[in-house]
Design a protein around this ligand. Sequence first.
Ligand SMILES: [Zn+2]
Length: 164
Amino acid sequence: MPRKVYVLDTSAVIAGFVPGLVKAEQVTVQEVLEEARDLCSKLELETAVVAGKVKVVSPSREALDEIRREVIQTGDVVSAVDVKLLALTLDLKRAGDEPELMTDDYAIQNLASLFGLPYQRIAMPGIKEVLRWEMVCPACDRRYPPPAPRCEVCGSRLVRRPRR
Ligand SMILES: [Zn+2]
């Protein structure tokens, strides 16, 4: 039976993918750990690496070259890290595993489909906070429902702010 392996992208970690909660094997590349350095999710990811839940793997040179060649042809703008993640997923697929690239990045998703590599989005529709706006007077701090242009009291031009 093929192994199910999740390949973790930085966007997956940002979107709240918790490696510790998943049974399937998980891999990522060193650069993702570095990219995650400034995030709150960093600790979660590092803990998972230390605990052996997430393995840090390098893709093969062949897969890297192959992905790079294709990327140049498509003209897609992706980072070196993205290329590595795609190459890693390709390696796993060729090794007979059942990889799935976990990413919320559209450019990577596009390339993954191009290569026939399975991917999964993390952020569920509706899970993200819906921003509501209000119009605020910068002079007297009165609030109005949008799209009010000016303060009815002092006449100042209103600014749009997320409502708390
Ligand atoms: Zn005002």
